[in-house]
Design a protein around this ligand. Structure first.
Ligand SMILES: C[S@@+](CC[C@H](N)C(=O)[O-])C[C@H]1O[C@@H](n2cnc3c(N)ncnc32)[C@H](O)[C@@H]1O
Length: 386
């Protein structure tokens, strides 16, 4: 049982699943019974468990309200205001341009969610969650753009039935449903490119901490946006040569960013369609960061085959994105991205083992997952061409 994959296979075997199904049916019969619920909350020994379960179910029911409170805080720039230190209600109310009572309503709701913290009757500062968000422009931008996601999810059943044709996210991510992605003009790519750049920092750190990129001579980031990831690599590894491949308008942004960062000598940007235009050769490491979950299986197969063609024997590919079924990050892959990508109109979250099988079918070898510290940000698979 030393091999974790062997252990996972045992867990997925029909006999184990049958036993699990039977025990969960017994558990569910108990949990669903009002008598049992009353009994569990009355006994001091089971009360904490009953309280925790009730709280978790309530959080599921109220999650949309929490998200809207968070969105209001971000839209009103409350966290930026409180980053300068705690303030009185009257000061916050005038800075937010809200009447005092609704301001108090928002602040108390945000305090319950640990976004702010109350210090006395009329004084509020940043709470622990608010502090994390305030310190990360990427999270702030993600929350702002969630307004579109919430609108698209207003009728999730229509979305599931494919009856929603006007989803805002599908026009935001213009490449997802476009038939001529390479013709997308600046206006169609600039917003998502800026959002990706703002949310890339933590992911780049995670990849750099997990995979030894320094052992490579040349990295090409395919779908690399405005080059934020390769600039992070350039800052850490002075000798490495870098390339970005993305749609022509996005590659142009990367080119300008490389020039402003003074790294144009060793960082180049290439425009084209990664499904059908030949990828530049010469890299001994290719990365696909937050790319494949955006696309359906057949386009992903094409992309893997394109990447394989661009790599020489011994060349490696890393695939980094949040994945379905990642331990301690199940909500991000299956719940969040599952529905997000459905609204976007393309792609799906995949588990590490699914991606590994797809890579093997395209002729990649030694594909394996390397554990990252924060699977919520990204999981990581490395594979090679032999
Ligand atoms: C979700 S973003 C990820 C950007 C970047 N890798 C990151 O993690 O910040 C997807 C990127 O793939 C690029 N892209 C999508 N379809 C493409 C295609 N057919 N050819 C080239 N690039 C494409 C987009 O322009 C975008 O920059």
């Amino acid at each position: 049982m030393g091999d974790p994959r062997g252990f996972a296979r045992v867990l997925e075997s029909p006999i184990v699943n049958k036993i699990r199904e039977k025990t969960s049916a017994t558990r569910n019969a108990l949990l669903g019974s009002l008598t049992f619920q009353r009994w569990a909350s009355a006994l001091p020994l089971t009360r904490p468990v009953a309280q925790r379960r009730a709280r978790e179910v309530f959080d599921l029911c109220a999650g949309f309200v929490y998200s809207q409170i968070l969105y209001a805080c971000v839209k009103l720039q409350l966290f930026q205001l409180l980053s300068g230190g705690a303030r009185n209600l009257s000061q916050i109310s005038s800075a937010l341009n809200l009447a005092p009572e609704p301001t108090r309503r928002l602040l108390d709701a945000a305090a319950a969610l640990k976004l702010v913290e109350r210090f006395g009757a009329d004084r509020y500062g940043l709470g622990p969650h608010g502090a994390v968000i305030a310190g990360n422009p990427g999270i702030l931008k993600m929350i702002e753009h969630h307004a579109m996601l919430y609108a698209d999810l207003s009728d999730p059943v229509a979305l599931l039935r494919g009856e929603r044709k006007d989803a805002a996210l599908s026009s935001y991510w213009a490449y997802a449903t476009s038939t001529s992605a390479t013709d997308l003009a600046d206006a169609r790519i600039s917003e998502y490119t800026a959002l990706m750049a703002a949310s890339q920092t933590l992911i780049a750190e995670e990849i750099l901490a997990t995979y030894p990129i320094a052992q490579h001579r040349c990295l090409m980031d395919v779908g690399g946006g405005d080059g934020t990831f390769v600039r992070a690599v350039a800052a850490k590894i002075p000798s490495i040569e870098l390339k970005v491949f993305d749609l022509p308008a996005v590659a142009e942004c990367a080119r300008q960013k490389f020039a402003s960062a003074g790294i144009s000598q060793r960082a180049t940007a290439h425009g084209g369609n990664f499904f059908c235009d030949p990828l530049p050769e010469g890299a001994d490491l290719i990365s696909l960061v937050r790319i494949i979950h955006d696309h359906d299986d057949e386009p992903v197969r094409k992309l893997f085959s394109q990447v394989r063609r661009a790599l020489r024997p011994g060349g490696k590919l890393i695939v980094a994105e949040p994945m379905s079924g990642s331990r301690r990050a199940e909500t991000v892959g299956d719940a969040y991205f599952g529905f997000y990508l459905m609204a976007m109109g393309s792609g799906r979250p995949r588990s590490a083992s699914e991606i590994i099988s797809m890579l093997q079918r395209e002729g990649f070898t030694s594909a394996r997952e390397i554990r990252t510290r924060m699977p919520l940000q990204t999981s990581l698979i490395v594979t090679e061409v032999s």
